[in-house]
Design a protein around this ligand. Sequence first.
Ligand code: NIG
Ligand code: FE
Length: 412
Amino acid sequence: MAKLLVKNIGTLQTPVGSFSHRGAQQGENIKLHDAAVLIEDGIIKAITEEGKLPCDEAEVDTILDAEGKLVTPGLVEGHTHLVFGGYRQNEIPLKLKGAGYLDILRAGGGIMDTVRKTREADFQELYDKTEGFLDEMMCLGVTTCEAKSGYGLNLETEVKMLEVLKKLNEDHPMDIVSTFMPAHAVEAQWKGKEMDYINLCCEEMMPYVKEHELAEFIDIFTEDSVFNVEQSKVYLEKAREFGFGLKIHADEIEAIGGSVLAGEMKAISAEHLIVIDDAGMEALAKGGTTAMCLPATSFYLGATFAPVRRMIDEYGIPVAIASDFNPGSCPSLNLQFVMNLGYLKYRMTPEEILTAVTINPACGIGRGDKVGTLEVGKQGDLVIWDAPNMEMLCYRFGSNMALQTVKKGELV
Ligand code: NIG
Ligand code: FE
């Protein structure tokens, strides 16, 4: 029985419970002072405060002294496009000349450029590159992450991406939750025949991915010049029949009704939501759908920021914030930077932000019962921060403030 004791924690801050937190509850964290955590075989066995220790120090294998710093649950990254060939630094000059994200995509670049490079890359190349990203994320405090396919747009390459994720989930300490996203872009041959491509996704790709247990969730880019609401609905209904959990890239650039659809279909999450309107927010609230907001994408696209204060205060929608790490609209996997943006641009409180990078994304990827809070019985995933409190963590940006990440009771 491997036992790890983390002692001398200045403040242990965490949301409580295994459910998504909405409205005023989004800002409710508990704060324990002079605390300690005992992790046995990867699971939290006891938490104490006010200088008490949960066990005799001689009983444990490893003692970690937090030296009076802040400890939180390991961060949960709820939205990434982690596996991809190449990069897209060549797009910056185009952007600076005024080309929009969808202009580049319509001209056959953008996502399609990454599709070509991902088809060319072999399994090992993608595995090694993704492994490097996972190492970097763990150093930055992330212990669980979601990752999407979507740069294959054919069965062979979509499966290659999902196989990379499956193997890394076995080999790497990171817990990875996979999302199948074959409806990420419309390849030239399917322009004007989008419904035929949707049918191909439903009839050929979904059954294979389901049968081989390659993904839990399905996602679609519901957007102007990509897939419309009607096509998205057919795709998501079929996906639901196969037993996939539903996610939608909605209202990123044009509000064409993606959030309304997400709410109506009771999707587990709707993602982006930069231009969401009142009808969209009402639908998400009714559907119990988590809003997965991605402020670093707004930053990188030079777009506006999702109306997160209204989501929390007026609609009581559970809000998660995530990186959207991908080569085109957010080439950063630093969730700490996302937290800074949550503070300054979304005007969330530090407590709301902690909920938005722990229990809410955990629920948004179906892991709320295992991770996302520091409570007895949950996984021993935590971070010791080079900060005394969340205010400091959300204020500093550009540095890695994680001193030590602990995954299932192991130092990583
Ligand atoms: O979430 N918007 C669609 N998909 C990604 C971007 C993918 C890319 O540009 O490579 C996003 O922003
Ligand atoms: Fe995305």
